[in-house]
Design a protein around this ligand. Sequence first.
Ligand SMILES: *Cc1c(COP(=O)(O)O)cnc(C)c1O
Ligand code: SF4
Length: 342
Amino acid sequence: MSTSPNVPTTELPLPSDAGDWHRSLADAVRDPDQLVNLLALPEKYRDPARAAAELFPLLVTRSFLARIERGNPRDPLLLQVLPLADEMAKSPGDVNDALAEAESHLAPGLLQKYAGRALMIATGACAVHCRYCFRRHYPYGEEPRRLEEWEPAFEAIASDASLREILLSGGDPLMLTDQRLARLIARLDGISHLRRLRIHSRLPIVLPDRITLEFIHLLKECRLTPIMVVHANHPREIAADCAEALRTLVDSGITVLNQAVLLRGVNDSVEVLAGLCERLVNLGVIPYYLHQLDRVAGTAHFEVPEVEGAVLIEELRCRLPGYAVPQYVREVPSAAYKTPLA
Ligand SMILES: *Cc1c(COP(=O)(O)O)cnc(C)c1O
Ligand code: SF4
């Protein structure tokens, strides 16, 4: 990393250069045995972790691992990434495409469910595999990979003047290099009826060095108004390098929102949720959504009943300013918006 002598020392902490995040990603933990050893977990977790990782591979960055307490199998950050025997359980009502996404394709890699905005599956890849992920069964292999393969999606967007906003999602769109993102964004920038670009990413939380200066410049130079939606579920996720990355985004003038998923054993208490929301707003990040878990096979052990979620939201309203309380929503197939539950 080079530091220009012209940069005043009062400036923002400089995000690390692009090479760093590729190295961090390569260094992520993918082997269940290694996870059990590094975190000194009880031996009884080893075999189930191996078995459940066969269904949906283990993946966790070193940065996220560093925020997990060693020797504690109930750590709320660990529970989000540790493959458990519970994932092999079948429960009634489970489906593999809980959101009926297969029916809302405008073009390959482009989904529209709501007025004025459409979502691009920019890539299937993530830097962390969240065990509760509703996309754990998603057929990512079918989505386009090269820019040319996106042409039908760009054409569909260009031919629908009611679209104002494109969401880049996945997987995690920040898994693309800055060069690829730049080409994708430039193409969207050229579609004159678009006004906003929204990027849904968990990388500022799990791989904070992904927030490169080049990425920030990309958003700042774009004609479209940028909005970042990050994804943290517990206040302890927002520590050290992650807090710095969020601060960098906010200080660059980018609107940053957070979405969380209500998860049993992770954030199903008012203390934890209030702590999360406080930590976010202290950094200038607005809690946007608290999602009711989507029913997909292998995630039932994370489910919190809606009535319990509604009580938690009521308690949050008693403690926090209105802007710090997220909307508690669930996704209802073919509804015109994410449906409020409280
Ligand atoms: C969740 C989602 C959105 C975003 O909804 P907002 O309420 O605007 O945050 C857009 N498109 C699809 C397909 C979605 O699943
Ligand atoms: S980062 Fe998002 S898309 Fe990727 S595994 Fe986690 S919840 Fe799923």
